[in-house]
Design a binder for this molecule. Structure first.
Ligand code: AMP
Ligand code: MG
Length: 503
């Protein structure tokens, strides 16, 4: 290993039993080129200045790792749209190593689109530039919104076409994550254990890995596996509540796309909602709306039940006791989610924390939004402006197209809101509102426009969008050209109706 990549140390997944991974073949692309390198993230991770060397470019594009190193692909299973698939794994991805950040946390360095692995089956192991840039933009937005998320250190163009319906430019994304252990990794371990009938050997090894890596405070504790599970439940509850508070729809909450670290992972057909609809679905393949906006919490709980099934033998030697423990933990999901969402909405609305009147008011908020067609992000943005002293007109204008009853409801909402929020500490709550209600989100039409331009070789719209979404609470400078207004909702002809995996 030469000096220029020394910060990328050997991955700790290698210490797991060999069933969990396979060497990823080297697959050098013809003409690797940096498309984006995330300098801010590199600095946070403690990477040296000038880390983006040609040697790193070669490695991160799927080419040869430095001497003596090898990338590995991880095995996993999962429920895809509720259907059990025992054999998935990193079909087009690989772990290159890990980074110990200055804050003491350890991060995986994962390459997505780096070539076919043993787990690829029929896939080509590749990724399109536009789907990798999509993950880059949206994961940076999530980080800007302070929502736990995997991030992207780089996108590298390979110079080779990827064949989907048409040939498209190919790329590899470097993903940074606290862990790549998914609910589906535990499902893989438990399924293999059951097949071999040797006791929960693989499940225990995986759980011990997660504790050591993510939750070292539980190591050595007699109830460490229950604590591990309880922590994953608590983190998912908070995570989904945070998604709901910004109108984020993950789109493909299969068990293999849910991380035990509580980070948002796998940005496929995800989207931020424009006009509010609690049943909103964007993903073109989610025909039954399994992963609709308002189903995200119950689906997270469903996935967590699958995780509990895997961990049962570690909870207690007595199967009945283990089941009761698992149930108790899983039951904590609903209240934890409800509390996190209520707290988030109290901040977004500038309400007094814990006021008993808040619950009914928030229920009324969802009723008002539903069927109003109001833009979700602008609703809170304009309410924040009203809170800051602007008149009511802009806020009420969000309901201009609604029926008379909804317009009356909106006016009543505003007067009820004034009644609830008045108080001496209002200026402090106004600051909380400003810090909770984003001004710029990666609106679907803007993402599509940026990706279309990038496919034509123009990276400027993508760079502008990324710069804005990294600071979503900052008042943007008024754009010279109204076409460049990233805050504005789509015009009718710009509305994105469906997102495609477009992998
Ligand atoms: P995803 O839909 O990205 O969560 O991926 C689901 C599964 O399909 C994972 O096992 C991936 O590794 C695999 N997969 C997706 N796209 C490809 C591809 N182009 N080549 C090989 N495997 C793939
Ligand atoms: Mg996935």
């Amino acid at each position: 290993m030469t000096a220029s990549t020394h910060f990328l140390r050997e991955t700790s997944y290698r210490a797991l039993p060999p069933e969990f991974f396979a060497a990823a073949p080297v697959s050098p692309p013809p003409a690797p080129q940096w498309v984006v390198f995330n300098g801010a993230l590199a600095a946070e991770l403690g990477l040296p200045e000038g880390a983006a060397t040609p040697e790193l470019l070669e490695w991160l594009s799927g080419g040869a790792p430095p001497q003596g190193r090898e990338n590995i692909a991880l095995a996993y299973a999962g429920h895809q749209f509720g259907q059990w698939n025992p054999a998935m794994g990193d079909g087009r991805a690989a772990i290159a190593g890990e980074i110990a950040a200055p804050d003491g946390a350890v991060y995986d360095v994962h390459l997505k689109g780096s070539g076919p692995t043993k787990f690829a089956r029929r896939g080509d192991g590749r990724a399109t530039l536009s789907s990798m840039l999509r993950e880059y933009i949206v994961s940076e937005a999530m980080a800007g919104l302070r929502i736990p998320t995997t991030r992207a250190l780089a996108v590298v163009a390979t110079g080779a076409p990827v064949y989907r319906e048409t040939p498209q430019p190919g790329a590899v994304l470097t993903r940074i994550a606290r862990s790549h252990v998914r609910v589906g990794t535990f499902q893989y371990a438990a399924n293999e254990d059951a097949r071999r009938d040797q006791g929960p050997l693989l499940t225990k090894a995986l759980a011990d890995h997660c504790i050591a890596r993510l939750y070292p405070e539980f190591s050595g504790q007699p109830d460490r596996y229950l604590r591990l599970y309880a922590e994953v439940v608590a983190r998912q509850a908070r995570l989904v509540a945070q998604w709901m508070a910004v109108g984020f729809i993950h789109g493909v909450m299969n068990t293999d796309n849910m991380s035990v670290s509580g980070e948002t992972i796998d940005f496929g057909p995800c989207a931020f909602m424009d006009s509010f609809n609690r049943r909103q679905v964007y993903s073109s393949i989610d025909n039954d709306g399994r992963y609709a906006f308002n189903r995200q919490a119950p689906i997270a709980a469903w996935n967590l039940a699958r995780l509990a099934e895997c961990l049962l033998p570690l909870f207690d030697a007595d199967a009945d006791v283990a089941l009761i423990r698992a149930e108790e933990m899983l039951e904590s999901f609903r209240p934890a989610y409800g509390a996190a969402l209520a707290e988030g909405l109290e901040r977004k609305l500038g309400l007094k924390s814990g006021d008993p009147a808040n619950e009914a008011f928030i229920a009324g908020l969802w009723r008002l939004l539903d069927g109003s067609n109001a833009d979700f992000t602008l609703f809170f943005r304009r309410l924040t402006r009203v809170a800051g002293g602007a008149g009511d007109a802009d806020f009420l204008d969000l309901f201009a197209q609604a029926d008379a009853m909804t317009r009356e409801d909106a006016a009543r909402f505003l007067s009820d809101w004034r009644g609830l929020t008045a108080g001496e500490d209002f200026s402090a709550r106004l600051e909380l509102m400003r810090a909770a209600n984003p001004i710029v989100i990666p609106r679907n039409h803007r993402v599509e426009q940026a990706l279309a331009a990038a496919n034509q070789g123009d990276l400027q719209p993508m760079q502008r969008l990324c710069a804005a979404v990294k600071n979503p609470f900052r008042e943007p400078a008024a754009p010279e050209n109204p076409e460049d207004d990233l805050e504005a909702p789509p015009r009718p002809e710009e509305i994105v109706q469906a997102t495609f995996c477009g992998t």
